[in-house]
Design a binder for this molecule. Structure first.
Ligand SMILES: Cc1ncc(COP(=O)(O)O)c(C=O)c1O
Length: 444
């Protein structure tokens, strides 16, 4: 019996007692006091009153213990539908050393975390085989000439539902048991993870509830609903999505699928870099991998998975994370050695408006990511225009973080001539009216 069931039973008992008192009061109202005694009404009401007091006393004494038992059991009971509890809003994770800069191969790892490995990425790519697209890897001579390097774009804007998120979402849902799938799934997202979970749930035959901010791009909301997702809106500047998710989870028992801080989500996202590195060998005759891999960063799921793949398949490759300037929480976290929480950043890169990175992603980023850099919104707009004009692709603002990061490092003289640079274009879901507005303010 769950805590909610207990509450229900106690409520029912109290309700019965109060009904009996009310009925006896009504019966007694026109009756002389002696007759009430005769029919036992006075004694009945007294007993009922005493029972109420006893029950309230019992609740006051035992409720805290019952509550803590209930919470512990909810969190760890193996039969429980919940795979992972909703993360707390305040998430300060004390790391043991770790600063921005070189790969920290010696950084200690929190042994209690169930971190994904490259084997999980390989398993995810087997699961996704024939279900997710092996997206194209494209190049641009114009850009290579401009930047004096060889850039390879992994075009996740051509992935199912328009972004890499399908990989992690489908992989995560594939690992649920039949029983868990019957309870349905639940998540929160500003858009792409929402669509990924809605579509994956539809393909795997389960119900998905998605908590989305009121200001999420219309296109992403419509697509999520189109895939059969049940969308619940919230005000991201006033309400706490964790609380809303926790309440829905309590009511429905749905399985919470985190947008980034999950072993199977991370492993699924890593398949994009795995495919990119494999295609260099098969399609471009490049045997010794990449020198750099540029990956955009919100909560860190994509970059963590990609870093696992790069570490295994191209060990000399430096993985560079790129964040919007207004939302550099990951950069701050690396510098401080603990997860830093920021206010919702004002940036057009809605996929990177996260307030904090995850515990798992932070751990992987600390050990496998070379550095994290930031770019401005104007740089993202300029690259949206570049992709549209020169490569004939619609790329959403967040999807332009990685190329903008590459350009910035080239400008700063940090990329040696001729370097092979992988660039993950993470998604292409942007409202076309918004797209036109944005590119009309491009610098050139
Ligand atoms: C297009 C796009 N790129 C990048 C990201 C950031 O991914 P992550 O949270 O795994 O770092 C998101 C997240 O929603 C996204 O939608």
């Amino acid at each position: 019996m769950s805590l909610t069931d207990c509450n229900h039973v106690v409520y029912q008992v109290l309700h019965c007692i109060s009904t009996i008192i009310e009925v006896s009061n009504k019966a007694a109202i026109n009756m002389p006091f002696e007759q009430q005694h005769f029919w036992g009404l006075v004694a009945l009401r007294q007993r009922m009153f005493q029972s109420c007091l006893l029950l309230i006393g019992f609740l006051l004494c035992f409720a805290p213990a019952a509550l803590s038992f209930g919470i512990q059991r909810d969190a760890y009971h193996p039969d429980c539908c919940r795979r992972q509890s909703i993360p707390r809003n305040v998430r300060t994770f004390a790391s043991q050393g770790g600063k921005s800069g070189d790969k920290m191969a010696t950084a200690t790892t929190d042994q209690t975390l169930d971190l994904p490995t490259f084997d999980d990425v390989v398993e995810a790519s087997n699961i996704l085989e024939g279900i997710a697209h092996n997206t194209p890897v494209m190049t641009s001579r114009t850009l290579n000439d401009q930047l004096n390097c060889q850039a390879f774009f992994k075009c996740e804007n051509f992935q199912r539902m328009g972004a890499f998120k399908f990989r992690g979402g489908y992989n995560a849902l594939s690992h649920l048991t039949e029983e868990q799938r019957t309870c349905g799934v639940l998540t929160f997202s500003s858009g792409n993870h929402a669509q990924a979970i809605a579509l994956s749930a539809q393909l795997l035959g389960c119900q998905a509830t998605i908590i989305m901010p009121l200001d999420a791009p219309k296109l992403k909301v419509a697509a999520t609903q189109g895939y059969g997702g049940n969308v619940v809106f919230y005000d991201r500047y006033k309400e706490n999505r964790d609380d809303i998710a926790r309440q829905i989870q309590q009511e429905s028992g749905a399985v919470f699928v985190p947008p980034y801080d999950d072993k199977y989500v991370i492993a699924g996202q890593g398949t994009s870099a795995k495919e990119l590195l494999e295609s260099l060998v098969t399609d471009h005759n490049i045997q010794d991998g990449l020198d750099y891999l540029f990956v955009c960063l919100g909560g860190g799921g994509l970059i963590s998975g990609c870093a696992l793949a790069a570490d295994a398949l191209s060990p000399n490759c430096k993985v560079i994370g790129v964040e919007p300037e207004a939302g550099n929480d990951a950069q701050q976290s690396l510098a401080k050695g603990e997860i830093v929480t920021i206010a919702t950043p004002p940036t057009i890169a809605d996929g990177a408006q996260t307030q904090y990175i995850g515990k798992l992603t932070f751990e992987i980023i600390k050990s496998k990511v070379h550095s994290i850099i930031t770019v401005t919104d104007q740089e993202l707009i300029d690259d949206m225009k570049f992709f549209g004009e020169r490569m004939k692709m619609t790329v959403e603002p967040t999807g332009c973080l990685s190329i903008a990061g590459l350009r910035k490092m080239v400008r700063q003289g940090e990329i040696p001539a001729g370097s092979r640079c992988g660039v993950i274009i993470s998604g292409g879901n942007v409202d076309l009216t918004r797209y036109c507005e944005l590119i009309s303010s491009a610098s050139s």
